[in-house]
Structure formats: structure tokens, C-alpha cells
Design a protein around this ligand. Structure first.
Ligand code: DX5
Ligand code: ZN
Length: 219
């Protein structure tokens, strides 16, 4: 599986969102990662369906929506209509994970599941074969620019084995603290898709940084 880079617009300049997304596209980004936060599951507020709709009108790239909200199922219809391609939910707020993933697919989106750093991987074991994407959080969700939690590398390796054992072809994505330094360890552990916010948007040349991250993952 080739490396995919998914810039997180959480670290973009929102006053210039269309330009920032065009820059990601020109830099070779594979998806646009959109962090939806509700101020309840995580201590921060971000965007809803209207912003996803705006992103949709700026790019042909897949939109990778990461829902950090309680009762995520309340928003599936709106996000599907707004043009989300991947919809990833947290197991901590998804007591009916099987049903929720099925609903995401029914609406024509790819179904992803993710866990906080302290949530064990075993909570996803029963649905591993149904996933289109498994996201390993390598920071506590809520903010961009945090330091990568090193113990995530072992969790990625175990997630890789779990997906392989289930015969799953899901993407294995990592989110939080991805830099030119951390990306290689994650790739070697078996991840293929990398979210990066701060590393891209705070770089002197954000466009070039996308290629630099991809190259760093291939060393
Ligand atoms: C964190 C978000 C991330 C965040 C990553 O809660 O889910 O997607 O934007 O940002 P960096 O790459 O700066 O850690
Ligand atoms: Zn995210």
C-alpha cells in the first residue's frame, strides 16, 4: 500500500481555506482530513456539515472526516449530503459500533473507526473485517500541534496484525504528532495513511512539506 498523506485543515488559516486546500492538492495530498469537534467528547469546537460542504466545493480529493463528537450518528446524514467520503467515529462514544458502521456505508461513505490512545485495540476486534479505515490516535484528540505518543508505534503494529488476521484491506491511518521524524516509525509498524496538521501548515513551505513527509516515510 503506497503512503497516503492527509493534511488536517485544523491547522490551516481558515480565512484562506480555499487557498490552503488548493495548496494541499498541488502538493500531492491524497485526502483532506477534517476534524469535527463538539466541545463535549473533546474540549474544543470546530466545524460542522457547512464547512465540509465548503471543502467539497474546493477540491476533488476525498474528504476524510474524523468525528470527535458524542452521538456521532446524529450527523451521518448531513455529512454524507455535504460530500464526506470517509466518516470515522470513536469507539468510546459508539456503543452500537456494528450498526453505526453499517449506517455510514449505507449512506455511501467509507466507514472508519478510531480509539483514544488509552483505549485498547481489542474494542475493534469484532468489527475489524467491516472497516474501510482504522485510525490510531497518537495524541489525545482535541488539538493540533501535540507531541506524538511513542507507545502508539506498538499499537500500530498490533493493529496491522489484527487487520491482516481479519483479511481486511482497510487503510491503517495515524493521527497526531506526525512529522518527518515520527512518520517512518509508523510506516515501518504497518501504517499507510498519515494525518498531518502542524507539520504541514507551520512549515516554511507547506506544499513541499507534503512531499517531504511522504519521502521520509519511505526511507
Ligand atoms: C487532533 C486531530 C488531528 C490534528 C493533528 O485531535 O484529530 O487531526 O489536527 O494535528 P497535528 O498533526 O498537528 O498533531
Ligand atoms: Zn483528526
Amino acid at each position: 500500500m503506497p503512503t497516503k498523506i492527509a493534511p488536517s485543515i485544523l491547522s490551516a488559516d481558515f480565512a484562506r481555506l480555499a487557498d490552503e486546500i488548493a495548496m494541499c492538492e498541488a502538493g500531492g495530498a491524497d485526502m483532506i482530513h477534517v476534524d469535527v469537534m463538539d466541545g463535549r467528547f473533546v474540549p474544543n469546537l470546530t466545524f460542522g456539515a457547512k464547512v465540509i460542504d465548503a471543502v467539497r466545493r474546493c477540491t476533488a480529493l476525498p474528504i476524510d472526516v474524523h468525528l470527535m463528537v458524542v452521538e456521532p450518528e446524529r450527523y451521518f446524514d448531513d455529512f454524507a449530503k455535504a460530500g464526506a467520503n470517509v466518516c470515522t467515529i470513536h469507539v468510546e462514544v459508539s456503543p452500537h459500533l456494528d450498526r453505526q458502521l453499517a449506517r455510514i456505508k449505507e449512506l455511501g461513505m467509507q466507514a472508519g473507526a478510531t480509539l483514544n490512545p488509552a483505549t485498547p485495540l481489542v474494542t475493534l476486534e469484532e468489527v475489524a473485517r467491516d472497516l474501510d479505515l482504522l485510525l490510531i490516535m497518537s495524541v489525545n484528540p482535541g488539538f493540533g500541534g501535540q507531541r506524538f505518543l511513542e507507545y502508539s508505534v506498538d499499537k500500530i503494529a498490533r493493529a496491522r496484525r489484527m487487520l491482516d488476521a481479519a483479511g481486511s484491506r482497510a487503510l491503517l491511518e495515524v493521527d497526531g504528532g506526525i512529522t518527518r521524524d515520527t512518520i517512518l516509525r509508523c510506516r515501518r509498524a504497518g501504517a499507510d495513511t498519515f494525518v498531518a496538521g502542524n507539520a504541514i501548515f507551520a512549515a516554511a513551505d507547506p506544499r513541499a512539506e507534503i512531499a517531504a513527509l511522504r519521502n521520509a516515510s519511505l526511507e
